[in-house]
Ligand binder design. Structure first.
Ligand code: EPZ
Length: 419
C-alpha cells in the first residue's frame, strides 16, 4: 500500500492547472458504447477511475488507446458481455454503462457496483426510469439483468436529482423509440457535457442543466464518430482553492469555468479568503485565519457535497464555530475521526458536523477512507505542524491526477512512499 508523507507549514504559491473533469469523462466514456465508430475524447484526466472505465470498455470489445490526455475509443466491435463483480466493484461509476448497453443491445447484465463507502448508494431511480422505458429488470445474486426488445420514450420524474440516474437515462433514451423527458433531472455541469457529447455522436438531447431534459430517440445508424473535449474538473479546482486558503498562500488556479464553482467561491469570500475571478482562472489569496461559516451541501447549483470534506479541513482552523450539514449522502463524515486525530474539535450530530476552530493541527498517522475524505486529509496535513503520514492513498489516486506533484510545485513538502 502506498502512503504520503507530508510536512506542513509551507504557504502554497504560484500557478496550478486543473485537469479535465473525472465526473464528466466517466459518463462520456460510457456513452461511447452507443457509438459504433471512433470517439476522440480530449482533456481526459489520467487517474485510476478513468483507467477502470477504459479497461471496462476494452473488456467489452472496444479498441481504447491513449495519447497523453486524449483517449480514442473505437466502439465498432463492442459486445453485450456480462460484467462481473470483479470489474464492477472497483468503481461506482461502472454502473454508467447500464443505459448505453441497454440502448444499443437491448440487454445488459452487471453486478452491483462498488465505489466510495459514503452511503448505501442504491440504484432504484436508475432502474425505475429504465422500466418506464420498457425494460424488464431482474435482480438476483447481486446482479442486475435488464432486457428490452426496443426501449420506448417515456416521461420520467426522478424522486431526487440523481446525477448517475440522469446520465444513465439520457444514454438509454438516445436510441429509444420516441421522445423521453427526464424531470427533476440533475443539473450538474457534467450533465451538460454529456449532452454535448451525445449530440456530437448524432443524438438529439436538449435541456441539460435545467430540471427537464428532452431526448428524441434516433436510429443507431445515425450514430457517427465525434471529437469531444471534457470540461475542467470543478472539484479539483475547488480542492486547490481550499489548499491555498488553508496554507495562507497565494495561487492562481487555471483551466477553470468560474460559474461551475460559484457556490464554493461565495463561501470562500464569506470566510474572508481573497478571491479574484478571470475568464478561465481564479486567483486565491489567503488572508490569515478564515472566519467560521455554515455550509449545507445540496445538488447543483447548491454547495457541492464533493467539496464538503475539504471545507471541513479548512474550517477546523477557523476563528469560531462552523456547522456543516451534509444532505446528499448519509455517511460522508468518515474524515471527522481522522481530522480529530490531528487535533480538530469536531462533533457530529446526525447529518451535521459542528466544527470549533482550533489554533493548530498536529501531524499524525491517518487513513484515507474515500476519495474526498483523502483530499481533506491532504489539505489538513499541508497546514499541520510536524509531519503526517496518510495511508490508503489509492482512494486519492482515483480522483486526483498527480496531486503531490502539483502541490510540491507550489511549495508543499510531500513524498509518496511505496512499501
Ligand atoms: C455522482 O455520484 C458523482 N460521481 C459523485 O462524486 C457525487 O458526489 C454525486 O454525483 C453527487 O453530486 C460521479 O459523477 C462519477 P447521485 P452518483 O446518484 O451519481 C441517492 C466523487 O467524489 N440515490 O447523485 O452516485 C444516493 O444514495 C464522487 O467524485 C438514490 O437514492 O450520485 C445519494 O444519496 C463521490 N437512488 C444521492 O441520491 C438512486 O437510484 C445522490 O446520488 C441514485 C441515487
Amino acid at each position: 500500500m502506498q502512503k504520503l508523507l507530508i510536512v506542513g507549514g509551507n504557504r502554497l504559491e504560484g500557478t496550478v492547472r486543473a485537469s479535465g473533469s473525472k465526473n464528466a469523462t466517466l459518463p462520456v466514456l460510457a456513452a461511447c458504447i452507443l457509438n459504433a465508430g471512433v470517439s476522440t475524447i480530449h482533456e481526459a484526466p489520467r487517474l485510476r477511475d478513468i483507467s477502470v472505465m477504459k479497461f471496462l470498455l476494452h473488456y467489452l470489445g472496444a479498441k481504447v488507446t491513449n495519447e497523453g490526455s486524449t483517449i480514442i475509443v473505437d466502439s465498432s466491435n463492442i459486445e453485450p458481455l456480462e460484467i462481473s463483480e470483479g470489474i464492477m466493484r472497483r468503481m461506482r461509476a461502472s454502473n454508467l454503462v447500464l443505459g448505453a448497453m441497454l440502448g444499443r443491445f437491448g440487454r445488459v447484465k452487471i453486478s452491483y457496483p462498488g465505489g466510495c463507502q459514503i452511503g448505501s448508494r442504491p440504484m432504484d431511480l436508475h432502474l425505475k426510469g429504465l422500466q418506464a422505458m420498457g425494460a424488464v429488470i431482474r435482480e438476483k445474486f447481486g446482479y442486475i439483468m435488464a432486457e428490452a426488445k426496443k426501449l420506448t420514450g417515456a416521461d420520467i420524474h426522478l424522486d431526487l436529482p440523481s446525477v448517475g440516474a440522469t446520465e444513465n437515462l439520457m444514454m438509454a433514451a438516445v436510441l429509444a423509440e420516441g421522445v423521453t423527458t427526464i424531470r427533476n433531472a440533475a443539473k450538474e455541469p457534467e450533465i451538460v457535457d454529456l449532452q454535448n457529447y451525445l449530440n456530437a455522436i448524432g443524438g438529439r438531447v436538449k435541456g441539460a442543466g435545467t430540471d427537464n431534459i428532452k431526448i428524441e430517440g434516433v436510429a443507431h445508424s445515425q450514430m457517427k464518430p465525434a471529437v469531444h473535449s471534457v470540461i475542467p474538473d470543478r472539484i479539483e479546482a475547488g480542492t486547490h482553492i481550499v489548499a491555498t486558503a488553508i496554507t495562507g498562500g497565494e495561487v492562481t488556479v487555471t483551466n477553470v469555468i468560474p460559474e461551475h464553482i460559484e457556490p464554493l467561491l461565495a463561501k470562500m469570500r464569506e470566510a474572508g479568503v481573497g478571491i479574484t475571478v478571470g475568464d478561465d482562472f481564479v486567483r486565491v489569496r489567503g488572508n490569515g485565519r478564515v472566519k467560521s461559516i455554515d455550509i449545507k451541501t445540496m445538488p447543483y447549483p447548491g454547495f457541492p457535497t464533493d467539496m464538503q470534506p475539504q471545507m471541513m479541513a479548512l474550517l477546523s482552523l477557523a476563528e469560531g464555530t462552523s456547522v456543516i450539514t451534509e444532505t446528499v449522502f448519509e455517511n460522508r463524515f468518515k474524515h471527522v475521526g481522522e481530522l480529530r486525530r490531528m487535533g480538530a474539535d469536531i462533533k457530529v450530530e446526525g447529518q451535521s458536523a459542528i466544527i470549533k476552530g482550533v489554533d493548530k493541527l498536529s501531524g499524525a498517522c491517518i487513513e484515507a477512507s474515500d476519495l474526498r475524505a483523502g483530499a481533506s486529509l491532504v489539505l489538513a496535513s499541508l497546514a499541520a505542524e510536524n509531519g503526517t503520514v496518510i495511508e490508503n492513498i489509492n482512494h486519492i489516486d482515483r480522483g486526483y491526477e498527480r496531486l503531490e506533484q502539483k502541490y510540491n510545485f507550489l511549495g508543499a513538502r510531500i513524498v509518496r512512499v511505496h512499501n
